[in-house]
Design a protein around this ligand. Structure first.
Ligand SMILES: [Zn+2]
Length: 212
């Protein structure tokens, strides 16, 4: 559902630009609102969420899909943890659809899906692993990298139940906003994928804005 926000960018308490292929790792406090802004359009933002107090509690695609009875995420979607608790709720969305089925790109899946030569291309999973290695204060490791949300990514479910990575429906300036219901660690990989149209074959920057 397309819903715009009343929040003003100039009143944000924090703003960070994340280049394609980079990661973003920050704590979002309960009650704070995060906007992910697709600066140039058609850019996938692969995101994981953890409880800041107990990172073994983390975003669960299965619980979220089951409880809302819909495979796509948009305004009103409550993002649930593996403990069944609401971690965040999407409060505004000018793109209209976000995927949580397709998973993140990895060198392994690039090799299987595209070509053996793709093994050395940078992938979202590499960015997440780099993030947890460079930020030991969160106590995360490789085993904590699980299923995620692909904000702005268009992964339609076909009538026979299959998935396809389709051309994006996001555009320059579109955004999604979510309010935290608990203190959460946000771990985002701004996707560097070049083998399918999720980034329009031209990965670009996103902006992360936080309001109190
Ligand atoms: Zn990716």
């Amino acid at each position: 559902m397309i819903t715009s926000s009343q929040l003003k960018a100039e009143q944000a308490t924090r703003s960070d630009t994340v280049l394609a292929g980079d990661y973003y790792m920050q704590v979002l406090k309960a009650g704070q609102t995060l906007r992910i802004l697709d600066l140039e359009g058609n850019q996938a933002a692969d995101t994981l969420f953890y409880s800041a107090n107990d990172p073994s509690e983390r975003y669960s695609a299965m619980d979220t899909i089951r409880e809302q009875g819909n495979v796509y995420l948009t305004t009103g979607s409550k993002l649930l943890s593996n403990g069944g608790n609401v971690m965040l709720e999407i409060t505004a969305d000018t793109c209209g659809r976000h995927d949580t089925l397709g998973g993140a790109c990895a060198t392994e899946s690039n090799t299987v899906r595209y070509a053996i030569e793709k093994k050395c291309m940078h992938a979202c999973r590499d960015s997440w692993l780099l993030a947890v290695a460079e930020n030991p204060q969160y106590g995360l490791s490789k085993r904590d990298i699980t299923h995620n949300i692909n904000f702005f990514m268009n992964v339609p479910v076909s009538s026979d139940g299959g998935l396809s990575f389709a051309d994006g429906i996001s555009g320059a300036g579109k955004y999604v906003e979510m309010t935290a219901a608990m203190d959460v660690i946000v771990l985002l990989s701004n996707c560097p994928q070049l083998n399918n149209p999720c980034n329009a074959y031209n990965p670009t920057a996103v902006e992360m804005l936080i309001w109190d």
